[in-house]
Design a protein around this ligand. Sequence first.
Ligand code: NAP
Length: 339
Amino acid sequence: MNRREFLYGTTALTLPVIAGCDNSDEPVASIDTNYPVSPFGAKSTAEEVTLGLDLTGKTAVVTGCNSGLGYETMRVLAMRGAHVIGTGRNIEKASKACSSVTGKTTPVALELSNFDSIIECADAIAKLSLPVDILVCNAGINTFSDLELVNGVERTFVVNHLGHFVLVNQLMPLIKESEESRVVHVSSKSAYVQAPSVGIDFDNLRGEGAFDYWEAYGRSKLANALFSLELSSRLEGSSISSNALHPGLVQTNIARNAPVVLRTAFDWFGGLISKTPEEGAATQVYVATNPNIKGVSGAFFEDCNAVNVSGDHHIFNKSMAERLWSVSEEMADGYLIGW
Ligand SMILES: NC(=O)c1ccc[n+]([C@@H]2O[C@H](COP(=O)([O-])OP(=O)(O)OC[C@H]3O[C@@H](n4cnc5c(N)ncnc54)[C@H](OP(=O)(O)O)[C@@H]3O)[C@@H](O)[C@H]2O)c1
């Protein structure tokens, strides 16, 4: 057990920290009234935020559909009439999840740490000859382990950010075919409470410096927010929006690799302070579907509203977002298409 696990392991703080929701002195989010304010909040569920919506004719892609927030997102989008293409790390996981929900679903395999798998996934989706109206970049990991490199790049960064960077790029022709498409990036408040103080530490993405898995998770979630920001800027004037969000602290399988003391605490007591998956999925489903925020892009949402975040952080740092885009392009060289 390292020092941080020890400090948190015996207190209620254990639970928020698991999913990047540390309660200590940190930046604070508040509703940004420059955007349409919704009547929904922390206790709203994905079903509630879509009540009365008919998504018939829409196609949605949801990554990580077999577990937690991805499963609930797929379930509710399909329930409201969308055709949901649900991805799992292998076809068996995706098929099992897809066949367990009511509505039209198509399972596709997607292993985000393997760029060839991402190309195969995009090819399989293209074969369906459907525009992509909603893309929820949801899949993610918190490794809770020592540094691991995937093709020379830190694993959390690859799975949570770079893999989705390649996927969005590969799907862009289908996204552009939609009349109004929404790219939704499931980030976390870890982006502003757990990332390195400098933001994306570009000189440490390949394991060059010290490694801390909490920071690595925060960095990857900051990358989600910055990717969303830069994508929104590059798509300005189009009918495609890009927004990022924090779902809240949600009792899912995200802590599956946590040390036993943290995992047990999360399993036993998480329910006292965390959202259910039904509540946790509300923000991403809201951002993906709500008509009142049509055209809103480049925002960061929490509890179903766009937020401002006080204090020192980098989630709206445009120059860092631009740099992250170029570095991501270099890292994914050979796997990207022009659009
Ligand atoms: N739960 C929270 O409190 C919380 C808070 C803030 C942000 N988030 C974010 O919410 C998103 C969903 O997480 P969750 O809480 O629902 O966790 P989860 O239950 O663990 O689900 C994660 C999903 O991502 C998939 N996945 C993991 N590694 C992958 C890879 N290499 N390639 C493709 N798919 C992969 C998982 O597949 P397998 O099941 O096959 O591993 C699973 O389907 C994540 O981006 C997470 O960072 C969660």
